[in-house]
Design a protein around this ligand. Structure first.
Ligand code: ATP
Length: 218
């Protein structure tokens, strides 16, 4: 289903959010106070406009109230980011997602009602570190402090084996949710399904169990 998004602030983060949403087929209103940034994004957004995200009247005249999701990606200027977020929440935008610059910025954003706060540099740093430590981990999602979902690349050790052979749940306490092979995703693997080298296993479990599986089982 097509959704409507607005992205305010078109630095590297905001512009890549904007492009991706647009390429996924959604309507995107891209806003920045800098005309070069607006011109650069115009091919990758439904509308691209020069406006100040801290100007309440400008936001209203853009019809921002009609958007359910707005991303605030104003980076260095923490004051503008906070004011813009506050205005959007006061205007009744349901989902305001904001890029935070640091921990104090995050705390203020939480107080004024930002619905989701992202730290792209910090999150990416963690991801890169995970990849550096283990080449088997392709990606992961943290579900909580303790539980995650990871994508692991099938090594020789598990290839040509069935899920019964591996017995991951009993041995490691984690569950293989799906197996990706090229473009195919087997979302409800049978116990007899065979894993091939370079398949991607999507595994859920406690972080300690996942680590054990990745280190000892793969
Ligand atoms: P990135 O790391 O994603 O490139 P950044 O943290 O360096 O971003 P900035 O370049 O500081 O972020 O800001 C992102 C964008 O936000 C810039 O293009 C800037 O012009 C725009 N911007 C800053 N203040 C406002 C504002 N009040 N209204 C609209 N856009 C703004």
């Amino acid at each position: 289903m097509k959704k409507q998004f607005a992205v305010i602030g078109l630095g590297r983060f905001g512009s890549s959010v904007c492009k991706e949403l647009f390429q996924l087929g959604h309507e995107v209103l891209a806003i920045d106070s800098n005309d070069d940034k607006v011109n650069a994004i115009s091919k990758y957004a439904t509308h691209a406009v020069i406006a100040n995200g801290t100007d309440e009247n400008a936001l209203k005249s853009l019809g921002i109230r009609n958007f359910e999701h707005v991303v605030v990606a104003i980076g260095d200027n923490i004051q503008s980011s906070i004011l813009c977020t506050l205005l959007l929440k006061e205007l009744g935008i349901e989902q305001v997602w904001v890029k935070a610059q640091n921990y104090y910025h995050q705390r203020v954003l939480e107080k004024i009602g930002a619905d989701r706060i992202v730290h792209p540099e910090k999150d990416m740093g963690i991801r890169v570190a995970q990849h550096l430590v283990s080449e088997k981990i392709i990606d992961y999602i943290d579900l909580s402090e303790e539980y995650s979902i990871v994508e692991l690349i099938a090594t020789d050790k598990v290839s040509d084996k069935t899920l019964i052979d591996l017995n991951v749940r009993a041995k490691y306490g984690c569950t293989i949710l799906a197996i990706k092979r090229g473009e195919d995703v087997n979302v409800s693997p049978f116990p007899e399904d065979i894993i091939l080298k370079n398949d991607i296993l999507i595994v859920i479990g406690h972080k300690n169990d996942l680590k054990r599986f990745e280190e000892e089982g793969m």
